[in-house]
Design a binder for this molecule. Structure first.
Ligand code: NAD
Length: 242
């Protein structure tokens, strides 16, 4: 399939995990992909850097850097069709033990970072009368023990997405979110063993997901043909949220 031929897709946190799987998928479907990540080393090793893959070290918490990243994409490539707000971090602890630093860090990357990127992308998307924004929530957004900061950020993504959907609708811009369950990435590997096993046992499908499962959902939501779908949160979780 070449349905992304001529499309420009920007992905944050694209150096590994879900971001890398989505980059690989969009590139395979013909897109030019712009990857941003704070981890320059991992970014350098992520999929080949060629005419159809741009890589830049960008910290999404830095709004001026995000503005420059998006402006660079539209200046060089002439358009921006898809923004994938994927960058996110975890700093798990019980609410009473979360430090100010860990609260802010998680909200800054996942929620504020997504806002920075969406704000920067909105202008070019409005001008071209076309845009697809896909942001990353989590199955945790409904509440999860030991993740107050992450849950607040991921529930915030739902509110941000629904509002972007309203504001973008008349301009040809859709905004949707994906709420992954347990997906095999470095982030999941960093979760402690017993907690991971306990959660895996609750998945109706009895197994964790693969990054490609999420790439499938992102490629669907960001497609031109999905233009009448906006403001939704798509659970991709083997049934754990049922
Ligand atoms: P990951 O940790 O494997 O990858 C995240 C990437 O984001 C890394 O490359 C990291 O360097 C980058 N990043 C971190 N801070 C950044 C910043 N300030 N600016 C730019 N890039 C930054 O994580 P993942 O598992 O691939 O998760 C991707 C997204 O999916 C996250 O938003 C995460 O919360 C969400 N999610 C993942 C799972 C899962 O099971 N893996 C479940 C639910 C939600």
């Amino acid at each position: 399939m070449n349905r992304y031929h001529g499309r420009v897709v920007a992905i944050t946190g694209g150096a590994q995990g879900l971001g890398l799987a989505m980059a690989t998928r969009f590139a395979a479907e013909g897109a030019t992909v712009a990857l941003a990540d704070v981890n320059g080393e991992a970014l350098a090793e992520a999929i080949a850097h060629d005419a159809k893959v741009r890589k830049e070290v960008v910290d999404v918490t830095d709004s001026a850097r995000v503005d420059a990243w998006i402006a660079g994409i539209t200046d060089d490539l002439g358009r921006l069709d898809v923004l994938v707000n994927n960058a996110g971090i975890i700093r798990d602890n019980r609410a009473e033990d979360i430090t100010d630093e860990d609260w802010r860090a998680v909200l800054d990357v996942s929620l504020t970072g997504s806002f920075h990127c969406a704000r920067a992308a909105f202008g070019p998307m409005k001008r071209q009368g076309y845009g697809r924004i896909v942001s990353f929530s989590s199955m945790s957004w409904r509440g999860n023990f030991g993740q107050a900061n992450y849950v607040a950020a991921k529930a915030g993504i739902v509110g941000l997405t629904r509002t972007l959907a309203l504001e973008g609708a008349r301009h040809g811009i859709t905004a949707n979110a994906i709420a992954p369950g347990l997906i095999e990435t470095p982030m999941l590997a960093s979760m402690n063993g017993p907690a991971r096993e306990k959660l895996t046992g609750k998945i109706p499908m009895r197994h964790t997901g693969r990054p490609e499962d999420i790439a499938e959902a992102a490629a669907f939501l960001a497609a031109e043909a999905a233009g009448y779908i906006t403001g939704v949160v798509l659970d991709v979780d083997g049934g754990i949220s049922i």
